[in-house]
Write a protein that binds this ligand. Structure first.
Ligand SMILES: [Zn+2]
Length: 347
């Protein structure tokens, strides 16, 4: 919707995949020298003792200020919980999340991927008591990915919250837990409340097989969030692939798609952006989505798609002026193409 000055008026952005608990935390973890996910996980787990509410809060606060300035009004952040870390990172995010104008919701991400383990269910139950909006985790890295994925889905259903999993974040085409996820979401009755984040290996499988999997995700009501900065940094180092899930095939299948920011200057990826439009721009370039209709679709995805995934209304509510943004662009396509300045409206 254009305003009188020709600016584009949209609701504030919703960010579907952040990690506020470790933003700007290299002083604690060191940098990821190899650029691999394995080194990042190893460094993270080796630094847990130094992760306190006091040491983690400033990074989360700094990230939130950047997100606010970029026009983000809602953040869904994956927070590490359990084991020797307990809920210190959770409490750090709560402490950081006091900036007016940015609502923060936490997804509980156990520090172990074996989501079928008994102690992990206890951590997740505590997280739900503390207000978690979804069960998170990376069951594709578990000793038994099938059991871990199914346990996560059934527990999310029992707790009455969503399921937000890191899925197949690898170049290896043989790593494929999407079918397992579809079955688990269907069994647990979580259609419309489940999101698969990353899905990188899907891009490495033959087109016919990948399109069939995309159709199964759509039919099961599983959304997909791509995170271009981390996917392009972590994946493709050895094989030369681009690392992004095959967005065109997912779009053709009718999958609800979101675009996430993921890491901001942390142990996983040392670059980062807090700007959803810059992330959409990167998807346009890296995903060859540069037709005018593609750019318009990316604009709708990073505004409406992200809001739907975060369970927010998609459309402009003219009564909620504090939740509106004026972008210096004539269209959503132009907003993605140029990443222009923007202003939050104040009532
Ligand atoms: Zn992530």
């Amino acid at each position: 919707m254009p305003d009188l000055a020709g600016r584009l008026i949209v609701p504030t952005f919703a960010e579907p995949h952040a990690h506020l608990d470790r933003a700007f935390s290299s002083a604690i973890t060191g940098w990821n020298r190899s650029g691999s996910l394995d080194e990042a996980v190893e460094r993270f787990l080796g630094s847990v003792d130094r992760m306190t509410v006091e040491s983690l809060t400033p990074g989360g606060r700094r990230a939130l200020r950047l997100l606010y300035d970029a026009g983000v009004g809602h953040v869904r952040t994956h927070t590490a919980v359990g084991g020797p870390l307990g809920f210190r990172a959770w409490e750090a995010v709560e402490k950081a999340a006091t900036l007016p104008g940015v609502e923060v919701r936490q997804v509980a991400m156990p520090i172990s991927s074996n989501l079928d383990a008994r102690e992990i269910a206890a951590w997740l139950r505590e997280a739900a008591d503390r207000g978690a909006v979804a069960v998170g985790g990376a069951p594709w890295r578990a000793e038994d990915p099938v059991a871990a994925t199914r346990a996560a889905a059934l527990l999310a259903a029992e707790l009455g919250i969503g399921l937000d999993l890191h899925v197949d974040e690898t170049d290896d085409p043989a790593v494929d837990t999407l079918g397992v996820l579809v079955a688990a979401v269907t069994e647990a009755g979580l259609a419309g409340r489940a999101t698969a984040h990353h899905c990188c290996s899907l891009a490495r499988r033959p087109e016919r097989a990948a399109r069939a999997e995309a159709e199964a995700l759509a039919a099961a009501g599983v959304a997909v969030v791509v995170c271009p900065v981390s996917n392009l940094c972590l994946q493709g180092r050895a094989c030369g692939a681009r690392g992004l899930a095959p967005i065109r095939w997912l779009r053709d299948a009718g999958v609800l798609i979101g675009i996430g920011l993921d890491n901001i200057r942390d142990v996983v990826v040392s670059v980062g952006t807090a700007d959803p439009l810059r992330a959409a721009w990167l998807v346009a370039v890296a995903g060859h989505l540069t037709g005018e209709d593609d750019l318009e679709w990316l604009g709708r995805t990073v505004t409406g798609g992200n809001r739907r995934i975060c369970n927010l209304p998609e459309d402009v509510d003219e009564g909620a002026i504090d939740d509106l943004l004026a972008i210096e662009a004539a269209s959503l396509a132009e907003a993605v193409a140029l990443v222009p300045p923007r202003q939050r409206l104040v009532g």
